[in-house]
Design a protein around this ligand. Structure first.
Ligand SMILES: CC(C)(COP(=O)(O)OP(=O)(O)OC[C@H]1O[C@@H](n2cnc3c(N)ncnc32)[C@H](O)[C@@H]1OP(=O)(O)O)[C@@H](O)C(=O)NCCC(=O)NCCS
Length: 179
């Protein structure tokens, strides 16, 4: 009952307030990691922490991606903000010449309201401007990511088999969207 009321409250907030998509800053990290913790696998939190630590060090000019990554480079990461609260995250990175969607997650209480759609749109716009003709994403076949797999298919991504990517594990599925 309480959950229902809370959810109704969140929806009302959502409908009455503008959703802002902006670049992620360091202060967003605790909420971003909380969202990843609530939506992904336990090991993903440390991995995200590591990625974002490098991302901010690079943004601050303290390191260059060539130091820690070979063919990878981090692009930009964005958050969706509602009433001053971070409710979603997404961004992209480059591997060789391909662009990849990464760390895409929305607070479960706000899912199904278009937040993910807006975050994806932002990434697509940005990579298109960078000259990319396609956007890749991979996800696990784990049941936790079923919503995401369906989301990608509905947003115009198609499954692809032959992908050049360094960490191919058995239960991974790759998608590509023509931009
Ligand atoms: C995948 C994920 C990010 C999508 O986020 P989301 O905010 O729920 O996405 P949206 O609300 O934009 O889209 C979901 C549905 O809401 C619908 N929707 C509702 N209101 C909408 C609005 N105002 N505008 C656009 N779409 C709206 C969409 O059409 C879509 O419906 P459909 O699934 O029938 O097409 C989210 O499910 C998630 O965090 N999953 C767990 C983490 C995860 O798996 N991440 C990906 C790892 S690779």
């Amino acid at each position: 009952m309480l959950n229902k009321a809370l959810k109704a409250g969140f929806m009302k907030d959502y409908l009455n307030s503008p959703l802002i998509i902006r670049l992620m800053v360091k202060n967003d990290l605790p909420l971003v990691l909380k969202i990843i913790d609530e939506t992904m696998l336990p090991e993903d939190v440390d991995s995200a922490k590591h990625t974002f630590m490098l991302y901010f060090l690079e943004k601050e000019g303290k390191i260059s991606s060539s130091i820690y990554l070979s063919k990878f480079s981090l692009g930009e990461f964005y958050v969706a903000e509602l009433n001053g609260m971070v409710v979603g995250v997404s961004g992209f990175y480059k591997y060789d010449y391909s662009y990849w969607l990464g760390w895409f997650a929305v607070n479960p209480k706000y899912q199904g309201n278009g937040v993910g759609t807006m975050l994806l749109k932002k990434v697509e716009e940005k990579v298109r401007k960078s000259g990319a003709k396609e956007l890749f994403v991979y996800t696990s076949m784990h049941q936790k990511f079923e919503k995401a797999r369906k989301f990608y298919m509905r947003k115009g991504f198609k499954k692809v088999e032959n992908v050049t990517y360094p960490r191919i594990e058995e239960d991974m599925v790759f998608f590509c969207k023509k931009l």
